[in-house]
Structures are given as structure tokens and as C-alpha cells.
Ligand binder design. Structure first.
Ligand code: BES
Ligand code: ZN
Ligand code: ZN
Length: 493
């Protein structure tokens, strides 16, 4: 799909899309007004949200097409409703093999016009994504659509252009993250993930450091290493650094992503059903890598250091066992009662490393951490824990903008009872109660309150089992646009 911006009216070979709020037809020309009146009288189209009415007619022997697009009540419009509608529109024009589509201006005082354009572009682009690499038959040509966002003379073209590229950047990196997640584990190994990061670092302008197993041992990352032991594949600690605000070198945002390229559960083995999507257990890493790439490509005036402790959770004679007591980089000992609660072990070392060795001054960890996140919030929202409400409000604001909903859960001390061990400093699982909270709080044990911290459990939002609005089946790339806009919100004015 190609999107272009235009100041002008539709040309003759374009399918014209007329977006209409309910009871508001004031932007129609005379022909359109007439048609609109007729279809409204015939009760074919009522400008209800999500309604699409297709009107074909002959004009001087030329077949023309108008698509009336219902936006619903003007005061009820939101950015995410726009994104979803664009997804529906793209589906319709692809189905009907329209090559050239002209989308007329949406004008409303209920939305900021720049954000509105962002949502239009995002809705179209995000839903255009598909993962076809392994299909022998290539995509058919007629799925290519040229979209013109027209009639925008009233706005400054330059400003819209800026928004356009900004948005396309973060959407493109959302694609990147979705590719990383959709790639199977026999391809996307820790080594491959590390090499992809190396490639992006030169392409987008950040620094990448890949730590091999011996260096990870030197760092004493015993918890991370324990998880990786069952696999033939070597673990990689991936560190990405970007300094966009040299005047404030000591102020560093840390991003940590869970990077399990496969999670079989280990000896606490998953069911066959549970294992089917576990190539996606590096969705946190994908989000962080995508955000890091977008941040550095757009040269945001901020310092960010990202850390991914990447490995596989497998079974072999070398694998860690339920009942093992392991160490960690922090010095704390952990009784492993479930080898499937591996993410928190890798993250414990990763966040400890980020705070103590890379000196990040605030930290966000992103992880496909608990199945319980689906029980708590379904696939609608990402679960969040934080020790800093102010930092969280910047993230929440970003989520409201990008449509990546985030919901905060409590961090009451009582939950910590769940991971008190009788024979070690901590145990890695408690009862089933409040699984998402206790998993996040386990990670917090390795940060204490040294820095402001946000934990994002994307287990239910990073993967979609079916097509849902602007997400196709598979990786959603959740977190990329969220973290990118969060970083933008943190820029010192
Ligand atoms: N990677 C899983 C969590 C997960 C489950 C992500 C489903 C996406 C979809 C994680 O490592 C895990 O297995 N967690 C366990 C924790 C439990 C043993 C305390 C879980 O949620 O069952
Ligand atoms: Zn697991
Ligand atoms: Zn896992």
C-alpha cells in the first residue's frame, strides 16, 4: 500500500471515500449531497459508526464509485475508532480491488487534527501488514492500493508531512517487531536476534553490544544462565545504547525486554496447546528493539539504554530443575519451584544489570510474563505495575495516544508473601493468586526502589490468535509505538 498526501480534490480514476459524521453532511458537494439524500431516504446509510455504503454510477461512460463511510456521532469519535475504521475501509477496498482510493478530509473539533492524521495513517498501515515470508506464492498485484489523503489545504502541509513521517516510522518499526515475533524459533534464535540488533544499530544509529556466554558468566548472571542451560543454543545478552541528549548524559531511560526465543516450560513442561505460540516469548524484546530503532532513527533528544537477556527455555540433561536453588547477579538466591516461571529469572538479572552496570535512572521492563494477564485483562489491555505514578502517567498518556491500552495493578506489600521461600531468599512462584502482580513484584525485588520503575506484562496483548481490528493473526508489535511516544513525552523541553 502507498499513502500520499494531497491538497487537491479527487481525480477521475479514484474511488472517493466520503467520511461522514451522523447528522453532519456539510462538507459534501452538490452531486454527493444528492446521492447522500437518496441513500439516506432509502435507509441504506445512516452515518452510523462503521457503516460503509458503496455507490457505483456511470459518469460520461466512466464507472465511478463513492464509498460513504459512517463515523457515527461526532462527539463520540476517538483516535482508536478512526484506526479501526481505516482497517475496515482497507479491507473493503482490497476486497473490491480498488487500486486508487481518495479519502476526503475528516474535519472535527473533537480531535486534534495532527493526531487525527496520525490515526488515519496508522490504521491503514497497521492493518496492511502480513507475514508472508514463508508462503511460496507471492502476494497478488491487485492487493496494492494507492491511498490519497486529500483536500488538506486548510492545514499546513509541512506539519502534516512531519507527523506523517513520524507515524510511518513508528508503524514501520511496529512491522519490524511483528516480523521478529512471527519468525519461528528455529530461525529467530538468540544469536539471530542479536545479529538483527547489530544490523539495526548501524542502520538506525545506536550502539549495540552483544555479550557472549563467558561474559555473562563474568557478570555473574546466574539466574539468566540457569534458564538457558537446557538449550543447545547459547544465551546472548544484548545491550543497545543511544545518547540523543548529551547535555544530560546521566539521565538515562532503561528499557528491558524479555527475550525468550522459545519457552517449552522446561521440566515444568507446558501442554502442546500452551507451547504452540511460545516462539512469541520474545515479544518484549521485539517491542524494545523496535522502539529503540524508532527513537534513534528519529533522533529523539533523550538517552536510552535497552537490555535483552535472550535465551531458550528447553529440556535436556543440562537443564535446570524444579527444586534447584540458583543465584543471581544481585546476590539473592532463588528457589526454582517452576521452571516455566523463567521470564522473571532472566529479567531479574537484566534489570539488575541495567540499573547497576548501565546506570539507567528510570526503567521500564516489557515481558510476555504471565498467562494470568489474560485472565485479568483479556487481550484488551496490557497489565502494568509501577513504583512511580508520575512516570506511569507519561506512559499512560502515550498509550491513550497510540491506542495501546495499559491498566495499572496494585503493588501492595502483602503480595510479596507469595514469593517468600523457606530455604532461599526468594522462590520463583507462589500460589496461583494474583499471578501477574506477584511476577512483576518478583522483578521489582531486583530493583528495590533505587529508580522509578514500570513493569508491562504483554502476555495477552503481544499475540493475536485471530484478526482483530488493525492486527492480523500473530505478533501485534504492541509496545513499539507506546515506548516510542513514552520516550517522546520524557524529552526535556
Ligand atoms: N511465557 C509464559 C507466559 C505466557 C503465557 C505468555 C501465555 C504468553 C502466553 C511464561 O514464561 C510462563 O510460562 N508463565 C507461567 C508462570 C507460572 C508458572 C507461575 C504461567 O503464566 O503459566
Ligand atoms: Zn514460561
Ligand atoms: Zn516465558
Amino acid at each position: 500500500m502507498k499513502i500520499s498526501l494531497s491538497r487537491f480534490k479527487a481525480t477521475d480514476n479514484e474511488t472517493v471515500v466520503l467520511p461522514l459524521f451522523k447528522d453532519n453532511e456539510k462538507f459534501l458537494n452538490n452531486i454527493e449531497k444528492n446521492v447522500f439524500k437518496k441513500i439516506k431516504e432509502a435507509n441504506k446509510f445512516n452515518s452510523e459508526y462503521g457503516e460503509i455504503y458503496n455507490y457505483n454510477f456511470l459518469d460520461n461512460d466512466k464507472l465511478k464509485r463513492i464509498l460513504f463511510l459512517g463515523l457515527g456521532k461526532e462527539e463520540k469519535i476517538t483516535l482508536n475508532k478512526i484506526r479501526k475504521l481505516m482497517s475496515k475501509l482497507l479491507e473493503t477496498v482490497k476486497r473490491d480491488k480498488d487500486d486508487n482510493v481518495y479519502l476526503d478530509l475528516i474535519k472535527t473539533e473533537y480531535l486534534n487534527s495532527e493526531e487525527l492524521y496520525m490515526a488515519i495513517i496508522e490504521g491503514l498501515m497497521l492493518s496492511d501488514y502480513s507475514f508472508d515470508k514463508y508462503k511460496s506464492k507471492a502476494k497478488t498485484k491487485n492487493e496494492e492500493v494507492n491511498f490519497t489523503l486529500g483536500n488538506i489545504e486548510e492545514y499546513k502541509m509541512e506539519k502534516i508531512n512531519e507527523i506523517y513521517y513520524d507515524t510511518l516510522d513508528s508503524v514501520n518499526f511496529n512491522y519490524v517487531a511483528r516480523d521478529l515475533v512471527n519468525e519461528p524459533a528455529n530461525f529467530m534464535t538468540p544469536e539471530k536476534l542479536a545479529s538483527v540488533v547489530k544490523e539495526y544499530s548501524t542502520k538506525y544509529g545506536f550502539e549495540a553490544d552483544i555479550f557472549e556466554e563467558n561474559k555473562i558468566k563474568d557478570l555473574d548472571m546466574k539466574a539468566f544462565l540457569s534458564v538457558s542451560m537446557g538449550s543447545e543454543l547459547k544465551p546472548k545478552l544484548i545491550v543497545m545504547r543511544y545518547f540523543g541528549d548529551k547535555e544530560n548524559k546521566d539521565d538515562i531511560l532503561g528499557l528491558v525486554g524479555k527475550g525468550l526465543t522459545y519457552d517449552s516450560g522446561g521440566y515444568s513442561i507446558k501442554t502442546s496447546e500452551g507451547m504452540k505460540t511460545m516462539k512469541s516469548d520474545m515479544g518484549g524484546a521485539a517491542a524494545v528493539i523496535g522502539a529503540m530503532s524508532a527513537i534513534s532513527k528519529r533522533k529523539l533528544k533523550i538517552n536510552v539504554i535497552s537490555v535483552v537477556a535472550s535465551c531458550e527455555n528447553m529440556i535436556s540433561g543440562k537443564a535446570y530443575r524444579p527444586g534447584d536453588i540458583i543465584g543471581s547477579m544481585s546476590g539473592k538466591t532463588i528457589e526454582v519451584l517452576n521452571t516455566d516461571a523463567e521470564g522473571r529469572l532472566t529479567l531479574a538479572d537484566a534489570v539488575y544489570y541495567a540499573v547497576n552496570n548501565e546506570k539507567v535512572t528510570k526503567i521500564v521492563d516489557v515481558a510476555t510474563l504471565t498467562g494470568a494477564a489474560t485472565i485479568t485483562l483479556g487481550t484488551v489491555a496490557t497489565a502494568a505495575l509501577t513504583n512511580d505514578d508520575k512516570l506511569f502517567s507519561s506512559l499512560n498518556k502515550a498509550g491513550k495516544l497510540t491506542g495501546e491500552k495499559v491498566w495499572q495493578l496494585p503493588i501492595y506489600d502483602e503480595y510479596k508473601e507469595e514469593f517468600k521461600s523457606k530455604i532461599a531468599d526468594l522462590k520463583n512462584v507462589g500460589s496461583r493468586a494474583a499471578g501477574t502482580i506477584t511476577a512483576g513484584l518478583f522483578i521489582k525485588e531486583f530493583i528495590e526502589n533505587s529508580v522509578p520503575w514500570i513493569h508491562l506484562d504483554i502476555a495477552s496483548t503481544s499475540w493475536s490468535d485471530s484478526k482483530k481490528d488493525y492486527y492480523s493473526v500473530g505478533g501485534t508489535g504492541v509496545g513499539v509505538r507506546l515506548l516510542y511516544n513514552f520516550a517522546k513525552n520524557l524529552i526535556k523541553k
